[in-house]
Design a protein around this ligand. Structure first.
Ligand code: GUN
Length: 298
């Protein structure tokens, strides 16, 4: 009985393992640059304020950068940093010939206009892929910096041999960081998915999600995607990282995704866990973008 039940479970998409493979490739390329007498790719991560989740992400980015030989430095500023001072910091990083990639961690404090800040980043150093030039190139099917989370999802699908061409991909969430660029990427020649983007105003969401061969959940609501919303055999990609209170944990919370993992894994063909799914891929792709930025500038 147990064996039968287990064999019916979805295959796990191991983001940790795939991200480690990507990081190893980046490290090999960085080593080759150094052997060629070139300098280390340099990434500057700008963090304004003390949002705990942002602090944790930024620490992870710096650690991963160092591990692959990227010169990764975090620039920390207080939450009340005036916008013009933040713009001056970005201007300096733009002009610094030793800096290849600039990442401003989002969200920014309320008094700062996020759009203005992203617009200030030199598109040649936009390793986050958030600048309108990067977004426009992606939407036009041109090559450029791809936002790290959607790029990491594509990398996972490809390395698991999950076909996208002609298949129905349904994205739940229309954020600038995930949903919208994910749609552009999956539409691109070579990936060729049929893409639907759903959001909070979508009528009869389950009718859409149940048609998905590839279902991407980027809503930010714990356990939102339930088993009845998933087509049997579908690949389910969970972008959510939600903190839910948990008194049994030392830190007082645990991380859960947007997908009801335990129930959905009984229906899906493939599924990403949280943590250990999309999260590590986002960081790995940032390192890859930083390497590309350095190579392109040389
Ligand atoms: N906040 C949440 N995800 C991201 C990301 O990928 N990049 C930046 N800059 N901020 C984020």
């Amino acid at each position: 009985m147990t064996v039968l039940a287990d064999s019916a479970l979805a295959q796990l998409i191991d983001g940790k393992q795939i991200a480690a493979a990507v990081r190893a490739e980046v490290k090999a390329a960085v080593d080759a640059r150094l052997a060629d007498g070139k300098r280390r790719p340099a990434l500057r991560v700008v963090l304004v304020g003390d949002n705990p989740a942002s602090q944790s992400y930024v620490r992870g980015k710096k650690r991963a950068g160092e591990e692959v030989g990227i010169d990764a430095e975090t620039l920390l500023y207080p939450a009340d940093l005036p916008q013009d001072e933040l713009l001056a910091v970005i201007d300096q990083l733009n002009k610094d010939p030793e800096v290849d990639g600039i990442l401003v961690q989002l969200p920014l404090p309320d008094h700062v206009d996020e759009e203005q800040v992203i617009l200030a980043i030199d598109p040649a150093k936009d390793v986050d892929g958030f600048h309108p030039v990067s977004v426009g190139r992606l939407a036009l099917g041109q090559s450029g910096f791809e936002p790290c989370t959607p790029a990491g999802i594509v990398e996972m699908l490809q390395r698991c041999g999950i076909e996208t061409s002609g298949r129905d991909a349904v994205i739940v969430g229309r954020s600038n960081i995930v949903g919208r660029p994910m749609a552009s990427l999956l539409l691109r020649r070579g990936l060729d998915a049929t893409v639907t983007v759903c959001h909070s105003r979508t009528h009869d969401l389950p009718a859409h999600t149940r048609r998905a061969d590839i279902l991407i959940a980027a809503i930010g609501r714990p356990n939102f995607i339930t088993a009845d919303m998933v087509k049997p055999g579908a690949a389910v990609i969970d972008v959510g990282i939600n903190r839910v209170d948990d008194a049994t944990r030392e830190r007082g919370y645990r991380l859960v995704g947007d997908v009801d993992f335990e129930a959905v894994r009984e229906v899906a063909g493939w599924i990403t866990p949280v943590p250990g799914g999309v999260g590590p891929m986002t960081i790995a792709m940032l390192l890859q973008n930083t390497l590309r930025a350095a190579d392109a500038r040389a």
